[in-house]
Design a binder for this molecule. Structure first.
Ligand code: ATP
Length: 328
């Protein structure tokens, strides 16, 4: 155990995701276990700049493992993007005698952490927390599993009403640059088509597929659309386009929006957050820094923050084929 780490800071940053509280709890409890102090910074980097923090002990994180959101709040900080902002943050860390930081968030959070570490030599470990699952170096990010289950639950409910009225529903889900949520929730909820940013299906193919579904006697159709899909139309324009070209369809739109971020974390996300954050604290105590902890093939692994930032977490395109076969 490196002698110089006596106090570790933790914060959540960027978009919130279910399981962030389980992560905070795991950091605070691991610190208590190893007899070091833990400080929680509110509102991500903005709270760090403003000195908005409090000490977390094993008891102050009681009963939060079940809660969605983040007790430390999250924020996006423009000021931290500047050298002056990061200088202020480093001054606060020095004054608060914080020796190292665990940063829970997405790629922007890790970029900020890298800058802080490079300019002020503050040991950083990143923990991937985002519902989008778009971080390289881990098979799963904290919050993704819960979001996926929320989406499947919502689509199941939409299916009930869709099949009662022979309707077609376009369901927009989160994922500006990554189709993980759309692809997996689409298969899980038995969607007829799935539109993702990684693949341009084309409007003609969409019409053909819906027409085939209708002719094959389907009483309802669900198309799951990722926010960032590349077909060139937003979900409302898509519904209008289909109504114009396939007048037999009564097409409706549901945008799931922020319900996807909320809710009590799934057991998977709680265990994932717990395992990643215990390791994050242990790595700092071992004198490691500038790493991200991830979950790869059922094991907690590490990669450098650079590796996590440089490559893209690719979706498994074979899932599109699976979806095609099963929506016959
Ligand atoms: P999500 O994937 O949920 O959006 P994120 O961590 O990528 O999460 P961002 O808003 O991109 O969310 O980043 C969080 C914060 O990290 C930003 O508000 C900013 O303060 C800081 N940050 C992002 N990029 C940089 C950068 N290049 N340099 C310094 N700080 C950065």
């Amino acid at each position: 155990m490196a002698k110089n780490i006596r106090r570790i800071g933790v914060m959540t940053s960027g978009g919130d995701s279910p399981g962030m509280n389980a992560a905070i709890r795991a950091v605070a409890r691991s610190c208590a276990y190893y007899n070091i102090e833990c400080i929680g910074f509110y509102r991500g980097y903005q709270g760090m700049i403003e000195g908005d923090y409090e000490e977390l002990n094993a008891r102050s994180v009681r009963n939060i493992i079940t809660r969605g959101g983040t007790i430390l709040k999250s924020a996006r900080s423009k000021e931290f993007m500047t050298k002056e902002g990061r200088q202020k943050a480093a001054d606060v860390l020095k004054e608060a005698q914080v020796d190292a930081m665990v940063l829970i968030g997405g790629d922007g959070t890790f970029r900020g952490g890298k800058a802080l570490s490079a300019e002020h030599n503050i040991p950083i470990i990143g923990v991937p927390g985002t519902i989008d699952n778009d971080i390289s170096g881990t098979n799963y990010t904290i919050g993704y599993d819960t979001a996926l289950n929320t989406v499947v639950d919502a689509i199941d409910k939409i299916r009930d009403t869709a099949s009662s009225h022979n309707r077609l529903f376009f369901v927009e889900v989160m994922g500006r640059d990554a189709g993980f949520i759309a692809l997996n929730s689409g298969i899980g909820a038995g969607a007829e088509e799935i539109l993702i940013p990684e693949e341009d299906l084309g409007l003609e193919r969409l019409l053909d597929s819906l027409e085939r579904s209708r002719r094959s006697g389907k009483t309802s159709s669900i198309v799951v659309v990722s926010e960032g899909d590349k077909i060139g139309k937003n979900v409302f324009e898509l519904a209008e386009y289909v109504k114009k070209n396939l007048p037999d369809y009564d097409a409706k739109v549901t945008v799931l929006g922020h319900i996807q971020r909320g809710g009590s974390p799934s057991c998977f996300d709680r265990v994932l957050a717990s395992r990643l954050c215990v390791r994050a604290v242990e790595l700092l105590l071992d004198g490691k820094q500038d790493l991200m902890v991830g979950f790869v093939n059922n094991k907690v692994e590490t990669c450098t923050l650079d590796e996590a930032l440089q490559s893209k977490h690719e979706i498994n395109k074979d899932l599109l084929r699976i979806s095609d076969i099963l929506s016959t």
